[in-house]
Write a protein that binds this ligand. Sequence first.
Ligand code: SAM
Length: 222
Amino acid sequence: HLSPRLQALADHVPKRSRLADIGSDHAYLPAHLLLTGQIDFAIAGEVAQGPLANAQQEITRHHLADRLQPRLADGLAAIRPSDAIDCVVIAGMGGHLITQILTAGQPRYDRLILQPNTDQPLVRLWLMEHHYRLTAEDVVADDGHRYEIMVAQPGAATYTQEELQFGPYNIRQNQPTWRAKWLQEADRLRQLKQTLSKRGQAQTQAYQHYCSQLKAIEGVLG
Ligand code: SAM
């Protein structure tokens, strides 16, 4: 019984993975995967004491100490070579922070499962520039919010500006949750345009920017 967002992340974790959940807080995701027998080993990385204590509590509650190790560390420094981690989850933080964490960690992993709350295009660009290719994307509705999930694996890929902004799989899949996100953004841009128009500011750079953004969205939604 994970939340829809955490369940969607769990769905992308291959069976028998050795998992690192970076910024794990309560460690709900690795605990669930272990308790349901989908994986056998995980670490829960946390940079802060409070969230690490939450993870520790969850581990104790479910008697998972032999299979789920809490580590106090900044980003991927939580992972040791002997862990043989092949799947890394970084979820529930800003896209900029996610790229910083990825940049600071040198090793490559078979699979990254990322859920940036913001700056999704920046994360796609980071992946493209660091020899990762996207292998799946998803937009999940949960508790009145929409969350973007991306899965990447080592490999070369070149994405267009449109694909970087909207997500290559998102565009092809054309999911209702993804459409809803961009329909809402299009509405917001139309309102901004209208406001500027009324103020006689239709010649400004801001106005032109809203127009080009809106055109890009209308183009991709079809
Ligand atoms: N990953 C969980 C989820 O998706 O539900 C928890 C997300 S919580 C909002 C973000 C967590 O990331 C916080 O507990 C925070 O302490 C942790 N965090 C932020 N920067 C970090 C870093 N550089 N290394 C490890 N953890 C970090």
